[in-house]
Design a protein around this ligand. Structure first.
Ligand SMILES: Nc1nc2c(ncn2[C@@H]2O[C@H](COP(=O)(O)OP(=O)(O)OP(=O)(O)O)[C@@H](O)[C@H]2O)c(=O)[nH]1
Length: 319
């Protein structure tokens, strides 16, 4: 290598975070001991299935850290001055991710033996390495926190109906299974009601689908306000709602259902501009848990009772 090439390589090395504060004579030593290699776009630098014995510092080009799983999704991008491989060199383990050259790259390769000698000569390298690891850890923590936040959002969305803000059928089924199991063990009573808005198809046809949406929101609000614990109600689908009453027998459930039926028919409906719309009524089917009954049989019983309420003229409660 020409003297001018050596100077320019050393100048370049000195600007890299790992070599911050490293004396010039040590940089010369690094230059003598460490190779610069060229890798081509698409080439793998690190792979979890292969042992790694060196740190690679990107002199030019870009690399991608990829999910080692089947999808190979890019997790992070690495650019000039950043290094890879330090974790497996430090702890002697396999690389935790796959690193692939995104473009053609020039890399400075520091073998693990060389790294430990380098740290002995210039302890500041250890500090620089810790900084690199700490910023990587910080980044990973942020990614973990963000993915936990997203997970909570997805879990919430998977169980909440966006139109009414009520729990959805999926949540209700899970909740009902749990409550049935609990009541079967404790011998406690449990009732459910199934509520269906009357003539809702013609309401939509006459006033429009958006007005229908507003009516469903009003029904949901009437249920929320009328129930002791709103968390026991869900939009079961379409214009149908289900409420669970743990610890409540059929007789007491009858009273609650009647109040709710009244609350729905009294509840004002307004369009999205706040203009009044005609109200709606609802029919309600009631069922109480029988010994050994499962969720589907209990829902079927409430559905059959609802059918009777519809047949008997609607806007009423049946068992
Ligand atoms: N606006 C609106 N309409 C809905 C929604 N979900 C279901 N529907 C409508 O609800 C109506 C239900 O109609 P049907 O099942 O025939 O029952 P119905 O007209 O209420 O008659 P009865 O139940 O016998 O009183 C259908 O027209 C659906 O399109 C929704 O989220 N928004």
């Amino acid at each position: 290598m020409h003297a001018s090439d050596i100077t320019s390589k050393i100048n370049q090395i000195s600007t890299m975070p790992l070599f911050e504060g490293v004396p010039l004579n040590v940089l010369h030593w690094v230059n003598e001991r460490c190779e610069v290699v060229r890798v081509f776009a698409g080439q793998t630098l690190l792979d979890p299935s292969h042992r790694n014995d060196a740190i690679y510092i990107i002199i030019s080009g870009f690399a991608q850290v990829r999910n080692p799983g089947a999808d190979g999704q890019a997790l992070a991008y690495l650019m000039e001055g950043q290094c890879v491989g330090e974790m497996s060199v430090i702890d002697g383990g396999q690389p935790s991710a796959r690193v692939v050259a995104d473009t053609d790259c020039m890399l400075l390769v520091i073998e693990s033996q060389t790294l430990w000698e380098l740290i002995g000569m210039a302890p500041v390298v250890a500090r620089n390495l810790m900084r690199t690891l700490s910023s990587r850890l910080r980044y990973d923590n942020e990614v973990i926190l963000e993915s936990l936040r997203m997970q909570r959002v997805f879990e919430h969305d998977a169980r909440v109906d966006p139109l009414t803000g009520m729990h959805n059928r999926r949540w209700l089924c899970e909740m009902l299974d749990r409550q049935i199991q609990r009541c079967n063990m404790s011998g406690e009573e449990l009732s459910i009601l199934m509520l269906d808005v009357d003539h809702f198809k013609s309401y939509n046809d006459r006033h429009g689908h958006l007005a229908g949406d507003c009516a469903l929101q009003s029904v949901a609000q009437a249920l929320r306000e009328g129930l002791r614990v709103s968390d026991t109600t869900a939009r079961f689908g379409g214009e149908e709602f289900v409420a669970i009453f743990p610890g409540v027998g059929l007789k007491a459930a009858r009273g609650i259902a009647e109040q709710l039926r009244q609350a729905v028919s009294d509840y004002p409906v307004r369009d999205y501009q706040g203009n009044p719309l005609p109200g709606v009524t609802a029919s309600i089917g009631l069922a109480a848990l029988e010994p050994g009954q499962d969720r589907d049989r209990l829902l079927d019983a409430a559905d059959a009772a609802l059918y009777r309420a519809k047949n008997a003229g609607r806007n009423r409660v049946s068992e």
